[in-house]
Design a protein around this ligand. Structure first.
Ligand code: ADP
Ligand code: MG
Length: 261
């Protein structure tokens, strides 16, 4: 196994899009683990929603590998942790249950070259911090745009990474076409002692392929967008410079952001 990474970011910022397209772009075997109660990380890889570990375990307390791991596009293996019904129970519990089960069924027995955890980052709870802990992910990448709330969540994630002695590999700027976006995200990255590893533009091809339950890689393999996801995943696999982030205080964060308003 070459690398195990966790992708964190605010809900709706583009984590699952980035994760699924990176997995589809990587030429070697990739294992994708959706850790968001939305459970839609792997939909575009498998072509449909797969049963989640939490749902499967409601009926079957001891599921086997084949009950929870599904094959997706381009040699990917896909898992969804799942979450409770909206309004009921703890959102992070699915992650804890899923991690235990993946250990028990030796999920990585096929020795994938890359393991990617797709994790929600705007809820600070024990469940969502599990992939960050030792033995799960080796390093963390944060997806953000240049928007206030997305950067605010990114700063909180940096706090979590620091607290848990995690290694931050960099920031993926997933553009929302905000004014001065790359400049904002680049300055943010340097302020928290990391770097922007890739800039992914906003593209209609993402929606078109998502509508067809496909990745951009599958539907538009020759597009510039596909090339960028390919570059991103290869940069991450080859990245060997990490940092312990230095998150900002709320006051520092406000001062930083107000320069751009
Ligand atoms: P998250 O997993 O962080 O909650 P998603 O990956 O589901 O976010 O993305 C949220 C929405 O934003 C999706 O409907 C997706 O189509 C859209 N999106 C994400 N990245 C891009 C992009 N680079 N260009 C266009 N649309 C995007
Ligand atoms: Mg998602």
């Amino acid at each position: 196994m070459v690398k195990k990474i966790a992708i964190y970011g605010k809900g709706g910022i583009g984590k699952s899009t980035t994760v699924s397209n990176m997995a589809a772009a990587y030429e070697k075997d990739t294992f994708v683990i959706g850790c968001d109660p939305k459970s839609d990380t792997t939909r575009t890889l498998v072509g449909k929603r797969i049963p989640t570990i939490l749902d499967t375990m409601k009926k079957n307390k001891e599921p086997l590998f084949e009950d929870v791991v599904f094959e997706g596009f381009n040699n990917t293996l896909c898992v969804e942790a799942g979450g409770p019904e909206p309004g009921v129970g703890c959102a992070g519990r699915g992650v804890i249950v899923a991690m235990k089960l993946l250990d028990k069924i030796s999920a990585f027995k096929s020795n994938p070259e890359l393991v990617i955890y797709d994790v929600l980052g705007d809820v600070v709870c024990g469940g969502f911090s599990v992939p960050l802990r030792e033995d799960y992910a080796d390093e963390v990448y944060i997806v953000t745009s240049g928007e206030y709330m997305s950067l605010y969540a990114a700063n909180n994630i940096a706090k979590g990474v620091r607290k848990l002695n995690g290694k931050l590999g960099g920031i993926i700027c997933n553009c929302r076409n905000v004014k001065d976006e790359v400049e904002i995200v680049t300055e943010f990255a340097s302020l928290i002692s990391t770097k922007v590893i890739s800039v992914i533009p906003r593209s209609d091809l993402v929606q078109k392929s998502e509508y067809n339950a496909c990745t951009v890689l599958e539907m538009f393999p020759d597009s510039d967008q596909s090339k960028l996801y390919n570059e991103l995943v290869n940069k991450i696999v080859n990245n060997d410079s990490f940092s312990i982030p230095t998150p900002m205080t709320i006051e520092e964060f406000e001062t930083f952001f107000h320069k751009y308003v």
